[in-house]
Design a protein around this ligand. Structure first.
Ligand code: G1P
Length: 293
């Protein structure tokens, strides 16, 4: 069975990226030539997704504007002989159907995903976090691999994971693998553990496939000490109910770029700009010159 629905939670406030995010969503920050969410939508389209629900919040309306078709802009580009720029707007014609709903209160990622219950129509669905790009200049097929693992293992959830250094485990959900293989069963998972409590160095990497059973688990998940319902804790409840959860490792050439703070945003922007197929070479020369002074 193919999975056609995906949910992109974009309701977070982006406080770690102020003032850049004072009046624009962090998911709309540009990395190289495109805003972050455009990379994610292109990745999902490549993996067969036809309908995308954005779970938004206050101040996120520019995401809706970005994915709207803009006939006036297209006409102006044609009339002024800037046809080459039309290619850059190809995403408008991908044929993906966009829907939007609001998370009214900031009550965590689990609560944001719960807003998608009706949208998913009781079918398995993908969740792709709105602040992570996977792969550089080439959409990653990780979601296709998650769907395959979800189906072949008859799992209730499949999660993409990446290896992180021990001093970073407290920034992520960390999984405990049953085997040291690229696709494995998860026997436990914990949200943002202290390094000495982490069951491994395998961090949840912002791409998931879920059976509809997730929604009941979210409803049974309590608030954490920050007043949030954590998605990781809901998955843990599924595991405790005997459901199968599988992990799929991201390969080395499909690195995850997390745009959660300025350090990672600057690194990501620089890496994408320096390797841009058109502007990269000239920029590399420029940077070399800068380092000489
Ligand atoms: C969320 C998830 C966490 C995951 C991370 C990936 O955390 O709760 O399990 O590892 O995304 O980016 P957040 O970054 O929203 O704090």
């Amino acid at each position: 069975m193919s999975i056609r629905n995906a949910v992109i939670p974009v309701a977070g406030l982006g406080t770690r990226l102020l003032p850049a995010t004072k009046s624009q969503p962090k998911e709309m920050l540009a990395v190289g030539k495109k805003p972050i969410v455009q990379y994610i939508v292109e990745e999902l389209h490549r993996c067969g997704i036809e309908r995308v629900l954005f779970v938004t919040g206050r101040g996120k309306s520019s995401i809706e504007d970005h994915f709207d078709e803009d006939p006036d802009l297209i006409r102006t580009l044609r009339e002024t002989g800037k046809e080459d720029l039309l290619e850059e707007l190809e995403y408008e014609r991908l044929g993906v159907h966009f829907l939007y709903t609001r998370q009214r209160q900031q009550r965590g990622l689990g609560d944001a995903v719960l807003c998608a219950e009706h949208f998913t129509e009781n079918e398995p669905f993908v969740v792709a976090l709105g602040d992570s790009i996977i792969g550089r200049h080439k959409p990653s097929p990780i979601v296709s691999r998650l769907i395959e693992a979800f189906e072949t293992h008859n799992a209730a959830c499949a999660i993409a994971v990446e290896t992180v250094p021990t001093d970073q485990v407290s920034m992520y959900g960390i999984v405990k693998p049953a085997t040291n293989t690229d696709v494995f069963e998860i026997t436990d998972l914990i949200e943002k553990p202290k390094p000495d409590e982490a069951p491994s160095n395998l961090a949840i990497a912002g791409r998931y496939v879920f059976a509809p059973a997730l929604f009941d688990a979210i409803k049974r998940t309590g608030f954490d000490h920050r007043g949030e319902i954590q998605l990781t804790n809901a998955i843990r409840l599924m595991l405790q109910k005997g459901m199968k959860i599988v992990g799929v490792k991201l390969p080395a050439d499909e690195k995850r770029y997390d745009i959660g703070n300025f350090e990672s945003y600057f690194e990501t922007f620089v890496e994408f700009a320096l390797t841009d197929p058109v502007y990269g070479e000239k920029l590399r020369q420029h940077v070399k010159e800068l380092f000489k002074n």
